[in-house]
Design a protein around this ligand. Structure first.
Ligand SMILES: NC(=O)c1ccc[n+]([C@@H]2O[C@H](COP(=O)([O-])OP(=O)(O)OC[C@H]3O[C@@H](n4cnc5c(N)ncnc54)[C@H](O)[C@@H]3O)[C@@H](O)[C@H]2O)c1
Length: 267
């Protein structure tokens, strides 16, 4: 059975590239209208062009998730262009590794501001638009990108993992509020494993420069060896899980954190 997103209007942050772009493309291919938002304007516009060429409906808004006024504008543009808002995917995120004893505190502040402040603003303005009386007003769902990092403990990932643990807690509390307040807003999150994107390339490089591994290949080999399914993840692996959680097939699923990691969290 294929998944339909025919009646959905989705705002995807950090949708210009990587996992965000793959989710935007998957939602559009399933019939959703997709607002791609990102700080990378040219890359975002190219992603929208790619979706349109494949027959999908998409648009782009330049949007820094740390900026509350930009959130209000992005939500308003989505409702104006596509008539409503049913789904917010808080995907924008950054990763910077450093052992805790060497952690420049500005790095923690940067991680917190994108991964926690930006995501919390997305939940806030998504909920305000989708709850009864809001600009869209018919309920919907929110999907947050947490990480395997919040389930495991690898050297150098402390600050990033802390932000992704915060995402997990925001998801769980958001799920209770989105239901208990009578808004019919589902809130779930994903724990991706190691997925081949520019972020992963950066992470591998930082693991090597911190001295935990000798080269990128050694890190990748270590990860694959510890992954029961024996490979790194692809952006499509994440997009497929996102499609399910944002579709009506998941209409009774809220407060869930779904690992999409080939089983690595178990080992
Ligand atoms: N790649 C992985 O292995 C992996 C694993 C677990 C979780 N994740 C999470 O998945 C999400 C996507 O990761 P990815 O691998 O595609 O990363 P990526 O770096 O390839 O893409 C992230 C996107 O977010 C955008 N972005 C960054 N800061 C922003 C801001 N302030 N406002 C708006 N957009 C901003 C970037 O421009 C980029 O387009 C992130 O939240 C990441 O933490 C990734």
């Amino acid at each position: 059975m294929s998944i339909s997103m025919q009646d959905k209007v989705v705002l995807v942050t950090g949708g210009a590239r990587g996992i965000g772009a793959a989710m935007a493309a998957a939602f559009a291919a399933a019939g959703a209208k997709v607002m791609v938002t990102d700080v990378l304007k040219d890359v975002g516009l190219a992603t929208v062009e790619m979706i349109r060429k494949a027959g999908g409906q998409a648009d782009f808004v330049e949007h820094d998730v740390r900026d509350e006024a930009a959130w209000e504008a992005a939500v308003a543009a989505t409702v104006r262009n596509f008539g409503t808002l049913t789904t917010v995917v808080n995907n924008a995120g950054i990763e910077i590794s450093a052992p805790i004893a060497e952690l420049p505190i500005e790095v923690l502040d940067r991680l917190m501001s994108v991964n926690v402040r930006g995501l919390a603003l997305g939940m806030k303005h998504g909920m305000r638009a989708m709850r009864p009386g809001g600009a869209a007003g018919k309920g919907g769902s929110i999907l947050n990108l947490s990480s395997l990092a919040q389930l495991s403990a690898s050297p150098g990932t402390g600050a990033y993992a802390a932000t992704k643990a915060a995402v997990d807690r925001l998801t769980k509390v958001g799920a209770v509020e989105g239901g208990k307040f009578g808004w019919n807003i589902r809130v779930n999150c994903l724990y991706p494993g190691l997925i081949q994107t520019e972020m992963l390339e950066g992470l591998l490089g930082q693991q090597v420069s911190s001295g935990f591994f000798q080269n990128d290949e050694q890190v990748a080999e270590y990860v694959v060896d510890h992954t029961p399914l024996g490979r790194l993840g692809t952006v499509e692996d994440i997009a497929n899980a996102a499609l399910f959680l944002c579709s009506d097939l998941a209409s009774f699923v809220t407060g869930v954190g779904l690992s999409v990691d080939g089983g690595i969290a178990l080992t």
